[in-house]
Design a protein around this ligand. Structure first.
Ligand code: C5P
Length: 310
């Protein structure tokens, strides 16, 4: 019987995203609070026959699947190749991705798929690589990939890849307003540099007040303190986001923010009922073409089916 492993991986929002000036390597130093929410991708890794043309192949299904590359540019493929080389497994594998995370939406969908592929192939090949090294491989693949492995709520520094788990109490109810097109992350960072050129920028730092509010489990304060340095840049490239943000605030969201590099906008609601009201308002007003509801924090990449492992 063919061996196969399926991993479920969450989307992320950044409750705080402070961005420093551009560095020599083109990246930016950030200080961020990651928070994993219950929109999931599923990545299945299935053993393939030796002698297949490509060692790693990928197929993608679900909303926005057309926009996901199915060649070596796919981050999940790169993850499988990296782990195969590092662990010297070199066994052909077929990856299949079921998208539940918006594509090019600023919720780290591509990073989630990379984390999913790492965990699925690790289990399939029984590499014994171990968690700390898996996190290092994740960081090589992209700034948000380590957090997709970890999940929960965590502070990110460096490029966003250095993580410290954060103590957070309570359950947070999110309304997620999807854009009708994607935004490219490098493009949004470039726009931010253009908008801030000539300014002297402070060292990025997560405000203590946000960490205290999370420790207390105080959604009102968390909502009031949501902040994202990339927001103005995303709005500059996608001006309709201003209206989406205004409608959420009009309907009593505790806070609203562009998620990462956008264009997804997330609103914090008081409870399940408020989240439902807010979703209806956003859809009915035409402020968001499509809306989802999500809870956070949730766990990181996790095996959900490995029934047919030898
Ligand atoms: O790390 P990742 O490959 O996901 O980053 C995608 C792009 O986002 C980078 O090429 C860079 O343009 C931008 N980026 C950045 N600073 C960060 C993270 C990402 O400039 N800390």
């Amino acid at each position: 019987m063919t061996a196969s492993v399926t991993v479920r991986v969450p989307a992320k929002v950044n409750l705080v995203l402070e961005v420093g000036p551009p560095l020599a390597d083109g990246y930016h130093q950030v200080a961020t609070v990651y928070h994993a929410v219950s929109l999931f991708d599923e990545v299945t890794a299935t053993e393939a026959a030796r002698g297949d043309e490509d060692e790693v192949t990928v197929t993608v299904e679900g909303p926005g699947a057309d926009g996901v590359p199915v060649d070596d540019d796919n981050l999940a493929v790169r993850a499988a190749v990296l782990l195969s080389e590092y662990s010297d497994s070199r066994r052909p594998v077929r990856l299949h991705i079921r998208k539940g995370i918006p594509v090019a939406g600023g919720m780290a969908g591509g990073s989630a798929d990379a984390a999913g592929a790492l965990v699925a192939c690790d289990a399939l090949w029984q590499t014994g690589v171990g968690r700390p090294r898996l996190l290092e491989l994740a960081a090589e693949l992209g700034s948000d990939v380590p957090f997709a492995l970890l999940g929960g709520t965590a502070i990110g520094s460096g490029r966003g890849d250095r993580l410290t788990p954060a103590l957070a109490r309570g359950d947070y109810h999110w309304v997620v307003a999807l854009g009708d097109r994607g935004l490219s992350t490098p493009h949004v960072y470039k726009e931010l540099d253009r908008l801030r050129s000539g300014r002297v920028l402070p060292e990025p730092r997560v405000p203590d007040a946000m960490m205290q509010a999370l420790r207390r489990g105080d959604p009102e304060t968390v909502g009031a303190l949501l902040s994202n340095d990339l927001q103005n840049a995303a709005v500059s490239l996608y001006p309709d986001l201003d209206r989406t943000l205004a409608v959420g605030s009009e309907y009593g969201a505790l806070g609203g923010i562009v998620s990462g590099s956008g264009p997804t906008v997330v609103f914090l609601a008081r409870d399940t009922e408020h989240a439902l009201d807010l979703s209806v308002a956003l859809t009915a007003s035409g402020a968001a073409p499509e809306v989802r509801r999500a809870r956070g924090p949730v766990h990181g990449a996790r095996v959900v089916d490995a029934g047919r492992l030898p």
